[in-house]
Design a protein. Structure first.
Length: 264
């Protein structure tokens, strides 16, 4: 029975938010089936504000055995933080793996909805652009950029999903095992699009659940013009690599099947 849940939370200067996001995550335990264990992995990029030090205090005082920390040297980016977390999740035999922002824009109250949908899916996307979803405290310009990025990606990559750029997701670990994590080319805005595209090409079942996205209250946004430039370029590159990516998935799938049969 699948029962181990890991939520990966990348951080850089999130000392104002980390205590509250953890509190909200673990408040959801009463709504999650008792036979499931919920852990959080913080991947911190040497936050100058002391985020990692606070996490260590919380590990000892509040979340012993349930809160984990990986400290990286320098600000290495969102995509590589998640890849580090994915590899850790695979190594430590988790069954379901979440992506979640540290800035409270991803409300933990949706965790039970994700876990219900993942029972019949391989990847669940938190979707802002469907009935029941939406955004709060966004200006018209940012909404236009987000919807434009989604439309651009859907057309170029031929994907049917309504929210490709969102970062609130739940994976079955089997999806992550069949993606060559070291070959992912995106690190910023396009990272989420690339993960979904690779899972789609592999034939995994992808579903969507509505979420309300709240813009951060504390701290500063990490978005920059460079991440959008990367997205435009990388989405075209991904489309050009379609055949190569499909073959890659088949080879990795066979490799993991062989490993599992040897273990059995």
């Amino acid at each position: 029975m699948k029962n181990n849940i890991l939520i990966i939370v990348p951080t850089y200067n999130e000392i104002d938010n980390i205590k509250e996001i953890l509190k909200q995550i673990y408040t959801q335990l009463e709504y999650i089936e008792q036979n499931k264990s919920l852990h959080v992995l913080i991947v911190d990029d040497s936050s100058p504000d002391g985020t990692a030090d606070l996490v260590k205090e919380l590990q000892a005082d509040n979340y012993k055995g349930k809160l984990h920390l990986i400290e990286r040297e320098g600000k290495l980016g969102l995509g590589t933080a998640y890849i580090t977390g994915f590899k850790w999740a695979i190594k430590n035999n988790y069954d379901y793996v979440f992506e979640m922002d540290a800035d409270l824009s991803h409300n933990p109250k949706y965790l039970p909805d994700f876990l219900e949908r993942i029972k019949t899916s391989d990847l669940v996307l938190g979707t802002r652009y469907m009935k029941g979803g939406g955004v709060v405290n966004w200006g018209k310009h940012r909404i236009l950029i987000s919807k434009g990025g989604n439309l651009y990606s859907k057309i170029i990559l031929g994907l049917p999903y309504r929210d490709l750029t969102g970062g609130y997701k739940c994976f079955s670990v089997e999806v992550l095992k069949t993606i060559d994590l070291d070959s992912i080319i995106s690190n910023g805005y396009a990272f989420q699009i690339e993960l979904t595209y690779r899972a789609h090409l592999r034939g995994f079942k992808i579903s969507e659940t509505p979420i309300i996205f709240h813009d951060r209250i504390a701290g500063k946004s990490k978005l920059s013009n460079n991440v959008f430039t990367e997205a435009v370029k990388n989405i075209i590159l991904l489309r050009l690599k379609k055949n190569t990516l499909t073959k890659e998935f088949k080879n990795l799938s066979k490799a993991y099947q062989t490993i599992e049969s040897i273990k059995g």
